[in-house]
Design a protein around this ligand. Sequence first.
Ligand code: NAD
Length: 400
Amino acid sequence: MIIQPRTRGFICLTAHPDGALQNVKNQIEYVKSKGAIKNGPKSVLVIGASTGFGLSSRIATAFGSGAATIGVFFEKPASEGKLGTAGWYNSAAFEKEAHEAGLYAKSINGDAFSDEVKRQTIDLIKQDLGQVDLVVYSLASPRRTHPKTGVVHSSVLKPIGKPYTNKTVDFHTGIVSEVTIAPVENDEDILNTIAVMGGEDWKFWIQDLKAAGALADGVKTVAYSYIGPELTFPIYRNGTIGKAKNDLEATVPVLDDLLKDLNGKSYVSVNKALVTQSSSAIPVVPLYISLLYKVMKAKGTHEGTIEQMQRLLAERLYTENGTVPVDSEGRIRIDDWEMADDVQAEVAQLWKETTTENLSQISDIEGYRKEFFNLFGFEVDGIDYEKEANENVQVPSIES
Ligand code: NAD
């Protein structure tokens, strides 16, 4: 099949398996170029393993630390004449590369919020690995069916208290406009967003894994958060999603208590703003990312998900002397280069100046757009998109 991108707003409806394979290979090459991560994890569970930070966490632990990995994700499988989602093709590519390198890699495709997928994952860990020594929690989802109540919670991206007006960009057209986002009307939206993106499900995973004896002595678990600049505070850190991130961060002491007798430790890592399927859905943020990329690329400090995750492992979670550097609130800060004063001052200045007319000069909107298509395996260097591609690519460990 000839596969071309088909977009609807910030969603791309198609995905290219050959581009996905090339993306995964590029990430693997990067990790290998950085050398082995000393004292790194050996058996890793990644929840949300098929795209974005989760996929890169899986690649970095497997190829940087020789880890056996089990990946959990929720993706549409490919079949004859039917395209799979990008995360499906990424996972097929990852397993293929991992197996060729002699690494254990199996995957589970299903709803990670459900008790059933937790059980299935734990059974697989017990059967094949015995225990895991790192659990990465990297889910990003618009909704969650609560496993105990059956209630379906939908998250919203809204400010709290008053409307928020700022610039935003349509990254397909390059048109900069002003957007006003109405605040939440009641606490329900906040509570629902916390239910989806907060820490409860992370806690359920750790509780179940522990109860089953599936966590190794000295186990670590990490989940991802974001803070960002003041200009996005109303829509991000002080908005509904920020409340969920507060809840996620407040789960750390609860998990630490749970892991105490295993000499285990939990962390939240605050990561950099990057183009992923999730971040492209947030108003205002794509324009901020376009300016941020421009500034960080000029300074030589730009990173993608794989650079971030390699640094998180090698320079934070598994340092040579065993200490994990954290901020005053106990969080790992791998957003340090994004939040550097000089970077933020330049972005803030450019933000004021940005118009549709000067967008392509003062921002990296082209880089944003290319990365967005790259997420779906398009515009990847070295791939001939006029050529027939085999759409029916399977994830080796998943029986179809
Ligand atoms: P992403 O959309 O690329 O990845 C989400 C993953 O979750 C995918 O593997 C998907 O299959 C999986 N998933 C979603 N719903 C699922 C379900 N019900 N069951 C099983 N798997 C499911 O997202 P991302 O941007 O990599 O985000 C991962 C985490 O990193 C989130 O907590 C996000 O808030 C955080 N983060 C993102 C950014 C950013 O700029 N993108 C910055 C800092 C922190």
